[in-house]
Design a protein around this ligand. Structure first.
Ligand SMILES: [Fe+2]
Ligand SMILES: [Fe+2]
Length: 475
């Protein structure tokens, strides 16, 4: 079970060859996927040999293998964590019953929607990032970008497998639609707004992989609890890959900060204009990017009160983050949770039924996890002896979904008037000028071991290779 069969056209550990109909359906989808990769995958890089990790097993020890591969030849496949014997549903109204190996008819529509929504984010991020290779700050970073991209492609495979295997014709149609929507396209956009935003530069990319891939982690963790066992097993293995994406984001931003602090100390200044003249990204600009990506990402968790969230939980489709580690009844009826609301221009707390507030519960868990990494960034600034702190904005800041949408709130959580917002928004969110400046830094650095001026080299290379290893052969 833990070893992956690579002799099949589609690598898998689900005995695909024993299910001829499914195998044929997926083999028909495969060329369409490759066509999508060709059209929308990393721009101008199909012929590069990239030092990629490929899953070869789902054994936590030694699950991946590294080697130079052309991305279109990457062995995208279907890998599920091993089944847990006699797994039981451990939350919601069906608690204690056997986990489902098939989709119960009454939950079919909701499960399909959950899987499609998750699946849609995977190709979306590849589309958002497709031009970044042209302006990479180093070979090391270029390789990491491509690694993230091929794995998001594999995550799409993971969801399409579930759609094909368990949802019949509807599932196959959804599989096609996942290749047809396009990030940012007016007529046929991706489902969630954060996945229609642009990722125009590498600071955005690092913020995106730090904040938005972390949303992925929390969604996948919630789905890894699902009563629908194949979904739980698929998402568990996706989480193994996801950890690297967040590492790319956290270490990327950290290296940008490190380089900026170095320049601040050399020039003995915190003047953004002088730092920009020196070609580094000033800390207030980094804070504005952080504010943007944080606020756009927390919208992804949905409305703070949602009857769908209650249904998804009670029916056992989607659990909470670390459901198994919580000490409550895992049914949550009669319990309450605090959400924020706006009353006469003031933000007030309000107790609501917890089941309806489960989006907010997941969002709050996400926020706590996000803050931990921001504190690690602050350590870099502190170590450089610079009196500046990055902060995550208040969760009511710059929101577009739920009760907080439409109210103007400062990053510190103070409700402000339209006029005050307009007078200050340039200090709170990236301006066109910020974005133009960051864009002006983006040049292509590809000699092994060389790094763009605005970012520090990493401490270590990938898979114990040296930092100046030839991670990408351009051919
Ligand atoms: Fe993903
Ligand atoms: Fe990811």
């Amino acid at each position: 079970m833990s070893t992956i069969d690579y002799s099949d056209k589609i690598p898998n550990n689900v005995n695909l060859s024993e299910d001829r109909t499914l195998q044929r359906a997926l083999e028909q989808w495969q060329p369409n996927y490759l066509q999508w990769w060709d059209d929308m995958g990393p721009d101008g890089s199909q012929n590069f040999d990239v030092y990629l990790r490929t899953a070869i097993s789902v054994d936590p020890q030694g699950w991946a293998q590294f080697g130079h591969v052309k991305m279109p030849d990457y062995r995208w496949g279907i890998f599920l964590n091993p089944a847990e014997k006699d797994r039981k549903i451990h939350f919601g109204d069906h608690k204690g019953e056997a986990a489902w190996q098939d989709v119960p008819g009454e939950h079919r529509a909701n499960l399909r929607r959950i899987i499609v929504t998750q699946g849609d984010t995977e190709p979306a991020s590849v589309e958002q990032q497709r031009h970044l290779g042209l302006t990479c700050p180093s070979q090391y970073d270029l390789r990491n970008l491509f690694q993230v991209n091929v794995e998001e492609g594999r995550h799409l495979w993971a969801m399409v497998y579930l759609l094909h295997k368990y949802f019949g014709r509807d599932g196959r149609e959804e599989g096609e639609a996942l290749l047809e929507r396009r990030s940012g396209n007016e007529d046929n956009p991706r489902i969630l707004q954060a996945f229609n935003e642009k990722t125009p530069d590498w600071l955005s990319f690092f913020m995106f992989t730090y904040f938005t891939d972390r949303d992925g982690k929390f969604q996948l963790c919630a789905l890894a609890e699902s009563s629908f066992d194949p979904l739980a097993r698929t998402t568990k293995f996706m989480l193994t890959e996801e950890a690297h994406h967040m590492f790319v984001g956290e270490s990327g931003v950290s290296r940008v900060i490190q380089r900026t602090c170095q320049a601040m100390n050399e020039l003995k200044t915190d003047d953004p204009a002088r730092l920009r003249a020196a070609g580094v990204i000033d800390l207030p600009t980094i804070q504005r990017y952080l504010n943007f990506h944080f606020s756009v990402t927390i919208d992804l968790f949905g409305a703070d009160q949602s009857s769908n969230a209650a249904i998804f939980y009670s029916t056992g489709l989607k659990g909470r983050f670390e459901e198994g580690k919580r000490n409550d009844d895992h049914v949550l009826k009669g319990q309450t949770y605090r959400v924020l609301e706006v009353h006469n221009g003031q933000i007030v707390e309000k107790d609501v039924p917890m089941l309806n507030a489960l989006n907010e519960v997941l969002r709050d868990d996400y926020i706590a996890d996000s803050r931990a990494g921001v504190e690690r960034w602050n350590k870099v600034i502190e170590k450089a002896g610079i009196p500046f702190r990055l902060t995550t904005p208040h969760k009511a800041f710059h929101r577009n979904i739920g009760a907080l949408a439409g109210v103007k709130v400062a990053p510190d959580g103070r409700p402000v008037s339209e006029a005050e917002w307009a007078a200050n928004v340039d200090r709170w969110l990236p301006t066109d000028e910020d974005r133009a400046y960051v864009a002006s830094l983006m040049g292509r650095v590809v000699e092994p071991g060389r790094f763009a001026n605005w970012i520090a080299p990493p401490v270590m290379g990938i898979n114990r290779q040296p930092v100046d290893f030839e991670y990408v052969r351009f051919n």
